[in-house]
Write a protein that binds this ligand. Structure first.
Ligand SMILES: Nc1ncnc2c1ncn2[C@@H]1O[C@H](COP(=O)(O)OP(=O)(O)OP(=O)(O)O)[C@@H](O)[C@H]1O
Ligand SMILES: [Mg+2]
Length: 260
């Protein structure tokens, strides 16, 4: 039997407690989860839909779930997927940041901007939103899909088989993007999903003054989508959902009026 000094016993004790309770892991990473976040961190559901307002903490909370899996369900295979590589990479960066902050976390064997492998054999990969790349991965113990309402049905079809042989868990996080697509269907009619939803007014970190500013800046329709978790009906809306989505991206040349 190895003998441990008092400091080692405290470290081991904390590690054991964190293994049993992901909320403690979150606190050790510098974040105190609110009650709904604590519920999500500790859920035992295999399929979870998270339809929460902007900035509630969707990426943060599921990033902590991923780190917990990496440390205590090793060797874990965690896949982060979203409509684009930059969005998946953002989630990966959050997890990487928590891992760096956690005292006593296992070393990384391999690390890059999009993936890492820990000494305990757990792996995290962040993928671009391409069906072809996604098909190359299998045996995931946890899949986290960010901006899930903007993920095309074909990409979901490529992701699902990754969980076939592992009974792995699947978390889909998003704000709504119209009454269409797989997430909307699953949210409104799907069976066997746990559903988590938090509106802006219910988030303890978002002030009512900020929400009022956002309401006047975004207009009522867009505000209800971003902060009230509402799926806007594409048929009654003046503009199609795709058009509204495109209008919110900034990857085009700014329009500058020419002098006459
Ligand atoms: N319990 C908490 N305590 C303190 N800060 C928190 C907590 N939860 C989340 N945050 C902070 O809130 C901010 C938003 O978190 P996060 O990016 O995870 O939200 P999100 O729901 O994914 O947002 P978006 O819809 O913009 O993608 C981050 O700065 C995060 O650190
Ligand atoms: Mg996010």
């Amino acid at each position: 039997m190895p003998r441990y000094d008092q400091a080692q016993q405290v470290t081991l004790g904390r590690d054991f407690a964190r293994a049993l309770d992901p909320v403690l892991l979150a606190r050790d990473c510098g974040l105190d989860p609110d009650p709904v976040q604590a519920g999500l961190l500790t859920t035992t559901s295999r399929k979870v839909l998270v339809n929460c307002c902007r900035q509630w903490g969707k990426s943060t909370t599921t990033g902590l779930i991923a780190l917990h899996e990496c440390l205590y369900v090793a060797p874990a295979m965690i896949v982060l997927v979203s409509p684009s590589q930059p969005q998946s990479t953002e989630l990966f960066k959050k997890i990487h940041g928590f891992w760096e902050r956690l005292p006593g976390a296992p070393e990384a064997h391999q690390e890059s901007l999009t993936r890492m492998e820990l000494a305990n054999g757990s792996r995290i990969v962040s993928l671009p939103g391409s069906e072809k790349t996604t098909r190359g991965y299998s045996g995931a113990t946890l899949v986290i899909m960010d901006e899930a309402a903007r993920v095309p049905d074909e990409l979901l079809a490529a992701v699902r088989p990754m969980l076939a042989t592992t009974s792995g868990r699947f978390f889909a996080l998003t704000t709504p993007a119209g009454k269409r697509g797989w997430f909307y269907e699953a949210w409104s009619r799907g069976e066997a999903w746990e559903r988590v939803t938090v509106k802006g007014g219910e988030c303890p970190r978002i002030s009512s003054a900020f929400l009022e500013e956002e309401r006047s800046a975004l207009g009522p329709l867009r505000f209800s989508q971003e902060y009230e978790c509402e799926f806007i009906d594409a048929e009654t809306s003046v503009f199609a959902t795709e058009l509204i989505e495109q209008a919110m991206t900034d990857d085009f040349e700014p329009f500058i009026a020419r002098a006459a």
